[in-house]
Design a protein around this ligand. Structure first.
Ligand SMILES: [Zn+2]
Length: 446
């Protein structure tokens, strides 16, 4: 582990060598966060139009796409015109990423991949400047909790499966002054040693998938371990939806704030939650649009443009998440606009028996009901292979009885209609994805 005093210079050196210049981006972002909403909108729109011109002039893919749609960058004069620019789907990104890059450029770049949590992973090119801007957006979020560049991080997160990937991640962990628990089947032993290590090396914050951090908090509560003694400045959760009951327990156990970070590999850090619980959009780095959706209660499908990836522009990307922008002004008085919430992935849609669609976060409410009644279900996962049918995988708690099943079935009928067929399978563990993510709902309905 890197000594704390060296962590910051080591970090700054490697970011400069890579051409990311995270510190310069951060300095700028710490200034622009206090601009008014109008000033930020103006700055953002300038970046949008600059990117559109750049893509049209230098990327063979975008020039062709724009021409096919009979649109040129000059015609995009205000946000209302942007809908004329074609949307980019994951499938199109997957097929065309090599042509999307600009020709004859001097940009530093690397190949990157999305996590593939909703199916296939997507490969794309990432401009190092864009990586730096994304990291700076993340670090600005950290700074809201008093966490600075080089501060030590404890991570409940996955590691790449390939050997070369593992070595790279070990080096990066060292450079970024972080240590991580790589084991996803979190046994009591693993969790206890992680806690002991945290006590020993004193990280400034803990970060991880919401479900892993929640499991850790549950364990600490059961074992009566002192979370406040760790003196964490924040617990950052990301990559999965954060449910209210998870937030409550995590904040209670660690006596600190939970910060929700929302991002995607393809477009960087989209939003970061401030201590006043405003989920602030990185207006300087992304442009977020809402696409109307037929699924009630989940908001709109989010469409995102990365404003910094000049090597391989990503414009009007259907990132696969639902959310809603908000006009509210945050109590923290930053001009950065807000996302009301990010509800989850587009693959999180449940199909009812009569064609109605629901959002899968409904299961967390169903399970909450059961917790409030007899707590008979320790863990669960739901699969949907066909419309009108759900399969529950359940890990039984000691208080489980046949009554738990009847109650569950009644709740399902209440929420989805009595035509919903419910199949229940009992299992010993709920396996995580190879990436370490825990998915509560998996749909194979096309
Ligand atoms: Zn705020």
């Amino acid at each position: 582990m890197i000594p704390n005093v060296l962590a910051r210079p080591v970090y700054l050196l490697q970011t400069r060598i890579r051409g990311e210049h995270t510190d310069r981006h951060l300095e700028e972002l710490l200034r622009t966060q206090w601009l008014s909403r109008d000033e930020l909108a103006e700055l953002q729109w300038k970046k949008v139009t600059r990117l559109l011109h750049h893509a049209y002039e230098n990327s063979p893919y975008y020039r062709k796409r724009f021409q096919e749609h009979g649109v040129s960058p000059e015609q995009i004069q205000s946000p209302g015109d942007l809908s004329r620019v074609p949307l980019l789907t994951k499938e199109e990104l997957r097929k065309n990423y090599s042509e999307m890059a600009v020709t004859e450029s001097t940009y530093k770049y690397s190949a990157a991949k999305s996590s593939g949590s909703t199916g296939q992973s997507v490969k794309f090119w990432k401009d190092h400047r864009a990586s730096g801007a994304g990291r700076a957006a993340m670090m600005r979020g950290h700074s809201w909790y008093g966490v600075n560049i080089g501060d030590r991080e404890a991570t409940l997160w996955g590691v790449p499966l390939s050997r070369s990937g593992r070595i790279r991640s070990r080096i990066r962990d060292f450079l970024l002054n972080r240590f991580r628990e790589k084991n996803f089947q979190l046994s009591d032993e693993v969790l206890r040693s992680f806690y002991e290590k945290m006590k020993r090396v004193r990280p400034a914050y803990l970060m991880g998938y919401s479900s892993l951090v929640y499991e850790f908090a549950q364990f600490m509560q059961q074992q009566e371990l002192d979370g406040a003694a760790l003196e964490l400045r924040m617990v950052k959760v990301t990559a999965e939806s954060l449910f209210d009951y998870q937030r409550e327990l995590i904040e209670q156990v660690f006596s600190t704030s939970v910060a929700n970070e929302y991002g995607a590999a393809e477009v960087g850090i989209v939003a970061f939650e401030c201590p006043e619980r405003g989920l602030h959009i990185t207006a300087e780095g992304v442009y977020v649009e809402e696409l109307d959706t037929s699924v009630p209660d989940v908001g709109a499908e989010l469409v995102i443009t990365d404003l910094d990836n000049f090597y391989s522009p990503i414009i009007r990307y259907r990132v696969g998440d639902y959310g809603r922008c908000s006009d509210m002004v945050c109590r923290c008085e930053r001009g950065l606009p807000l996302l009301r919430d990010v509800v989850g992935r587009t693959s999180d849609v449940v199909h009812g028996p009569d064609g109605t669609v629901f959002h899968s976060s409904i299961f967390s409410y169903i399970l909450k009901e059961i917790t409030g009644r007899d707590g008979g279900i320790a863990k669960y996962r739901v699969y949907q292979d066909q419309k009108g049918r759900l399969e529950f995988e359940i890990v039984r708690a000691p208080t489980f009885t046949d009554d738990t099943v009847s109650f569950l079935k009644a709740l399902v009928a209440d929420e989805f209609g009595s035509g919903m067929e419910t199949v229940i399978r009992f299992v010993d563990v709920i396996e995580r994805e190879p990436s370490g993510k825990l998915r509560y709902f998996i749909s194979r309905v096309q």
